[in-house]
Design a protein around this ligand. Structure first.
Ligand code: HEM
Length: 459
């Protein structure tokens, strides 16, 4: 009887010592300053509120969320230190109780399988669709312009139209061309069961009709890549469930984000008709005023510097995923000399960094010309950076360029007859995206001389 009692005592002593050791280690950490109070995350304009806290606390600080600490990074340098320089330490995602996320690309945690999954999805978008993406975006944008022309300058809810267009592009890239135009598919992203049923059907259709060594779209490419991986060097943890979730992520990540950025651009241009006029002059000069019927090639984007600068400025001021997706430290690390323990949740405040006064002159002002200064890079942190950088950045950049070039070449953007301008204040932040308030715009076709409608010099 004595011996088990002694064992129990010893075990308790050991556990107590371990706990004290843990506490001692924690107390000796040099942690970022703690923001006083609890209700920070309920603030309506959260990214700007979080930026405001830096005045007292500096660019890195902690916020209490229940029993957990969340570390917020608010500057270019701290975000890059975490996500680029120490990328493995900060590449994790928080786990969600009772939800299995191991097949998920955007919310799945960092692991070697996740890396293979992201690599395959990225290469499906970049390599698999090389050559076909641009003609698809071009064709669907031309159809969009045709639909808008039929409205004959009546006020339209342009955001709805952009959402349909970007969703159509993703449908085309993933499912192939047989599915368009189909407004029913547009609803796909809204209903989870519907979405999963359609994706499953598509996977089966693709599996049944696939020809070895060929691919028609991204699903074919990923199914083939998955097979090759499993035949090859033991990286065969990927299965059809991963392809399913890639498709879901492409729809979730790839429609509203780009559509909202397009809507923000229209809103800013309605407030700044002088920039719109200069953009149209640039397009007319470089492409000829062809009314949106000629091809506009992305590889020639350097010849449209004001358009590129305008896109960069909208992405800087209204990064649609302003707080990125939450990260998690995969091991103990540090930022700006502060200790960051393993499993800490990290929030990169991208919008905060894009408004950093030490980096940007007149940070809150819409001023595309800032990017026209020699040596000024149009790159901001709006797509994130490092291992978790946005999968769809190349597609989004291509879409923004082609769609806006066509839109501005073919139409003058005007407010509705009562002159109401859209609000530039985002909707209250309620999750992931920086949403714009609904607004209407008139797309007045530009009057073009028939002799001007020839081939563009940029094609
Ligand atoms: C992640 C921005 C368009 C797919 C992200 C992140 C940001 C972002 C900030 C989070 C990065 C992080 O957690 O550190 C944007 C913006 C877009 C856009 C500003 C358009 C203007 C797209 C498109 C697609 C896409 C078109 C798909 C075709 C994804 C995916 C992730 C992601 C799958 C998760 C990546 C990962 O966890 O590794 N995006 N995005 N996004 N985005 Fe985008």
């Amino acid at each position: 009887m004595v011996l088990p009692g002694l064992w129990l005592l010893l075990l308790l002593l050991l556990a107590g010592t371990r706990w004290l050791w843990g506490q001692w280690k924690f107390w000796n950490l040099h942690l970022p300053p703690l923001a006083p109070g609890f209700l920070h995350f309920l603030q309506p304009n959260l990214p700007i509120y979080l930026l405001g806290l830096t005045r007292k606390l500096g660019p890195v600080y902690r916020i209490r969320m229940g029993l957990q600490d969340v570390v917020v990074l608010n500057s270019n340098s701290t975000i890059k230190e975490a996500l680029i320089k120490k990328w493995v330490d900060f590449a994790g995602r928080p786990t969600v109780p009772y939800e299995k996320l191991d097949l998920d690309l955007s919310r799945g945690d960092y692991s070697s399988t996740w890396r293979t999954h992201k690599k395959l999805s990225r290469s499906a978008l970049m390599v698999g669709m090389r050559g076909s993406t641009e003609p698809i975006v071009e064709q669907l944008t031309q159809e969009f312009c045709k639909r808008m022309r039929a409205q004959a300058g009546a006020p339209v809810d342009i955001h709805q139209e952009f959402s349909f267009l970007t969703c159509s592009i993703i449908c085309y890239l993933t499912f192939g061309d047989k599915f368009l135009p189909n407004p029913g598919l547009w609803k796909l992203k809204r209903f989870r069961e519907n979405r999963d049923r359609i994706v499953k059907q598509q996977l089966k259709l693709h599996q049944d009709s696939r020809v070895a060594g060929q691919w028609r779209d991204m699903i074919d490419y990923m199914l083939q890549g998955m097979e090759q991986l499993s035949e090859g060097h033991g990286a065969g943890e990927l299965h059809e469930g991963h392809v399913h979730m890639s498709v879901v992520d492409l729809f979730i990540g790839g429609t509203e984000t780009t559509a909202t950025t397009l809507s923000w651009t229209v809103a800013f241009l309605l407030h700044h008709p002088e920039i719109q006029k200069r953009l149209q002059e640039e397009l007319d000069l470089r492409l000829g005023p062809s009314g949106g019927s000629s091809q506009i090639l992305y590889k020639n984007r350097a010849q449209l510097p004001l358009l590129m600068a305008t896109i960069a400025e909208v992405l800087r001021l209204r990064p649609v995923v302003p707080l990125a997706l939450p990260h998690r430290t995969t091991r103990a690390s540090s930022i700006s000399g502060y200790d960051i323990p393993k499993d800490t949740i990290i929030i990169p405040n991208i919008q905060g960094a894009n408004l950093d006064e030490t980096v940007w002159e007149l940070p809150t002002q819409f001023w595309p010309d800032r990017f026209l200064e020699p040596g000024k890079s149009p790159r901001t942190l709006s797509f994130g950076c490092g291992a978790r950088v946005c999968l769809g950045e190349p597609l989004a950049q291509l879409e923004l360029f082609v769609i806006l070039a066509h839109l501005l070449q073919a139409f003058t953007l005007l407010p509705p007859p009562d002159g109401t301008l859209p609000s530039l204040k985002p909707q209250n932040y309620s999750g992931v995206n920086l949403l714009i308030h609904p607004f209407q715009v008139r797309l007045q076709p530009r009057n073009l001389a028939p002799q001007d409608q020839g081939q563009s010099p940029l094609t």
